[in-house]
Write a protein that binds this ligand. Structure first.
Ligand code: AGP
Length: 587
């Protein structure tokens, strides 16, 4: 997924664009580029690397002009190179474009354009947009040229183009594109973080919307060229949330923010909770979907729905959904879990479920996202901007919301027998001194494999912990249901193999000890995470004593911190893990 920003106004565009791209870099960071309009010339500078690196080497901020567009790329079609970096121009440098999404039919479009004499400079799919606009500008005005271009594209797109006239145009289909209305100019961006420093007034474009703007006017059109209007939304987040403050990285800042974000997530708006419970009660069968970390939240929900509400749910990984969606019908409910609300696999699942007339309930962090617009109802996890690519506070906030929903659903068998305000004290205890986790990271930093075991509702946490270690520290990690170790994975255990075991004192405790014995006798090194120490552990990570059903929310935190320290010790950048992006808005 990429980040796009366009600006037209009183300021020098380049410096505005560079700062905006830095704030959105978590969306993709293989290469960077900026184009500005200076007098009647379109200037372009672009290169491989992060914004700061490319800005230092090419002095992006010095580019003249008050109209411009910028882009950070997460490569899909075409390798990571200067020529494949955005922006891309047409043949005569009259129009320049930045794009987020995938153009499925780009090769056919490109072949046709080459036959018409167009010269391409990249291997990207995105470049075809510039040449299509060029073609249609020979017959139509900018608005119609944009519409005709969109009609040719099969796939997903959010693109912004600037022209020598100084106008800025944009269009979207299944990729976010947001207008920022500022006092000193207007913005068009893939993320509110791109303009939040200048304005909190935003227009969230819908699919098939076309926009043409300058520093004073914003004109929206539908696919037939008719003028349309969209509401102006005041974006709630304070800019302060996206500053690292005293922390070295967003990731560790957001891990520590959990002492506030978890209690906050438990405070769901009463009417929203009642509507959620009604929707669940009126559904005959419940499916839950998500990707990555959000899929792990879905798995935990399965255990909780069964244990406390005696409701059977079916969990389907979003990327697998289209292959097993036949069971949904008008009596079904699909619960879609997504931090960003823009993950293509999740949105695709929701669209398929709606084709089967299922109801959609979503659990999201960004309440202005596409997923919210597609849902019959959504519950916000309220954890504020999560900049670190690895999901941390959004995961535990998702869990808190799931617990709250089930707690309100099971009036006579509630899992939450404690005031959740106690959570802040408990989390303070875990987050205050993490030096012992840094020492463990020092011992583990060069290992090749780490296994994480958990049983029952600790198993999703084992999977999530393994994902954190993989994506932050680039160490192979595998989550395993503790009881399964003897059915094969035990063959991997040899003297010194590192095994983290989630083993608080609950109904899984003794079964998990059995699994630990089986590994210990084969030389494994055990890192026990529990409220109670045991001689079997080579390392012990203490958990505060809590209501035993709530351990899943807190036991992931030491693993998040351990993964962060492992990243640092392996010289990985925890905020921008290689090859990844914060929200994968492409399939
Ligand atoms: C989690 O650490 C990863 N960044 C990734 O697996 C993420 O959870 C997944 O892409 C889903 O994102 P979403 O919650 O925004 O839909």
């Amino acid at each position: 997924m990429c980040s796009i920003i366009g600006y037209t106004g009183k300021f020098t565009a380049a410096s505005v664009l560079v700062e905006s791209l830095k704030k959105m870099e978590y969306r993709g960071y293989d290469s960077v580029g900026i184009a500005t309009l200076d007098s009647n010339n379109i200037l372009i500078r672009k290169g491989v690397g992060k914004v700061r690196e490319v800005d230092d080497s090419l002095q992006l901020y010095k580019m003249p002009g008050q109209v411009g567009i910028g882009h950070t790329r997460w490569a899909t079609h075409g390798g990571i190179s200067k020529s494949n970096a955005h922006p891309h121009t047409d043949c005569d440098n009259n129009v320049v474009v930045v794009h987020n999404g995938i153009i499925d039919n780009y090769q056919q479009l490109k072949d046709n354009l080459i036959k018409q004499g167009h010269i391409f400079q990249s291997q990207t799919d995105s470049e075809v947009i510039a040449h299509l606009i060029e073609t249609y500008l020979k017959k139509f005005d900018i608005k119609q040229a944009i519409i005709e271009t969109c009609k040719q594209i099969h796939g997903t797109y959010a693109f912004v183009a600037i022209f020598k006239s100084g106008l800025v145009a944009g269009a979207r289909l299944d990729e976010p594109l947001i207008i920022g209305i500022g006092n000193n100019g207007n913005f068009i961006s893939s993320d509110v973080l791109g303009f939040l420093e200048y304005t909190d007034k935003a227009i969230f474009l819908d699919n098939y919307d076309i926009v043409i703007l300058d520093d004073k006017n914003i004109n929206l059109f539908d696919f037939n060229g008719n003028a349309i209007s969209r509401p102006i939304t005041q974006v709630a987040w304070e800019l302060g949330d996206i500053d690292k403050g005293k922390y070295a990285h967003y990731t560790i800042k957001e891990i520590h923010e959990q002492k506030n974000s978890i209690p906050m997530a438990f405070q769901i708006n009463r009417s929203s909770l009642e509507k959620t419970v009604d929707i669940i009660s009126s559904s005959k069968n419940i499916f839950i979907t998500g990707s990555g970390t959000s899929y792990h939240s879905a798995l935990l929900a399965k255990y909780l729905f069964y244990k406390f509400a005696k409701i059977r749910t079916e969990i389907i990984m979003s990327s697998e959904f289209e292959y097993v969606s036949g069971a949904l019908d008008e009596n079904s409910l699909l619960i879609a879990i997504s931090q960003s609300g823009e993950t293509a696999d999740v949105l695709n699942s929701v669209k398929i479920a709606k084709q089967h007339k299922a109801k959609i309930l979503s659990i999201v962090n960004i309440s202005t996202s596409s997923l919210c617009r597609l849902s019959d109802h959504y519950v916000s996890i309220n954890s504020g901007p999560e900049i670190g690519v690895a999901a941390t506070k959004s995961f535990t906030a998702q869990l808190a919301v799931i617990y709250s929903i089930i707690d309100n659903f099971c009036t006579n068998n509630r899992p939450l027998d404690m005031s959740t305000s106690m959570f802040s004290n408990i989390l303070n205890e875990i987050l205050t001194d993490t030096s012992y986790l840094e020492k463990i990271a020092e011992d583990l930093k060069s290992v090749r494999d780490i296994y994480i075991l958990g049983t029952s509702y600790h198993y999703p946490i084992a999977l999530e912990g393994a994902l954190k270690i993989k994506e932050l520290a680039y160490i192979h990690a595998e989550g395993i249901a503790a009881g399964e170790i003897k059915h094969g994975p035990l063959a991997l255990i040899e003297p010194g193999t590192i095994v983290i075991v989630l083993n608080p004192e609950d109904e899984t405790y003794y079964n998990v000890l059995n699994s630990i014995h089986q590994m210990k006798s084969r030389g494994a090194k055990i890192i026990g995470i529990s409220n109670k120490n045991n001689d079997l552990y080579d390392y012990f990570i203490r958990l505060p004593l809590v209501n035993k059903y709530l351990y899943p929310i807190i036991e992931i935190i030491p693993i998040q911190i351990l993964s962060y320290y492992l990243a640092i010790k392996n010289n990985a950048n925890p905020d921008y893990p290689r090859n990844l992006a914060k929200s994968v808005t492409v399939k």
